[in-house]
Design a binder for this molecule. Sequence first.
Ligand SMILES: C[S@@+](CC[C@H](N)C(=O)[O-])C[C@H]1O[C@@H](n2cnc3c(N)ncnc32)[C@H](O)[C@@H]1O
Length: 253
Amino acid sequence: MTYIFENAAPQAGMRLGVLADIFDETTRQCLAARGVQDGWRCLEVGGGTGTIAAWLASRVGPTGSVLVTDIDPQLMSTVSAKNLEIRHHDIESDPLPADAFDLVHARLVLSHLARPDLALFRMVSALKPGGWLVVEDFEVPPPGDGDDALSATALAMRGLTSAASDHRLGRTLARRLVHAGLEDVEIEGRARLVRGATLGARLMQANFEQLRPRLLATGLSAEQFAADHAELDDPRFEMRAPTMWTAWGRRAA
Ligand SMILES: C[S@@+](CC[C@H](N)C(=O)[O-])C[C@H]1O[C@@H](n2cnc3c(N)ncnc32)[C@H](O)[C@@H]1O
């Protein structure tokens, strides 16, 4: 699969910034509940803008360390800490140290990969015995009707993204972690609505904007695109957002 929301696009920083604004708090709660503390060695895979990596670096303190990777780490240029290393790295193919990390985390990365289970096995091998893996991903609901009807632009975007990512992956995370040999596996999902004129609507608009040329190439008119974009500014707008599934498990001690 090819990652279609490239970090080099002019809209990418804003888009991933909104993503962090919506999801970081829940992610931090889950990582804190795994016990991340002074001295831990952490790996953040596909770190995007690096907000979670920066939080981990402050949490593990000077005796700990964080390695944050991405196939395109350019959006992390403002993130820095003495105990934080940013590395250009492909989780499907580039080397990782074995038995090295107390915690490995990846959010919204696996669903974009052609071989998510290979990436999971590689993350598990990078864990120390007893270390925690936390992975998070979307389950995108099928197009609905009534309140959850998709606009023409959202429907065209769904077509583009479903060819480039696995819309069901979030729902499958627990069984994948068990298959990868982890213990104490748990999973929680968070359902949300995208409501007009909120951060969720802003994220959807940013997705539209980043994919605009490809959306118009599907035959969508510029007028329809503009109307569907503007509808997201209406506070009465509501539609079901993808469910974010968060799964965790630990490597046998
Ligand atoms: C949807 S963004 C999520 C960013 C961040 N994890 C978050 O949740 O805010 C996906 C990120 O994964 C990165 N990525 C995609 N394929 C990757 C790969 N094979 N190895 C490492 N990173 C990858 C992208 O460059 C992008 O920064």
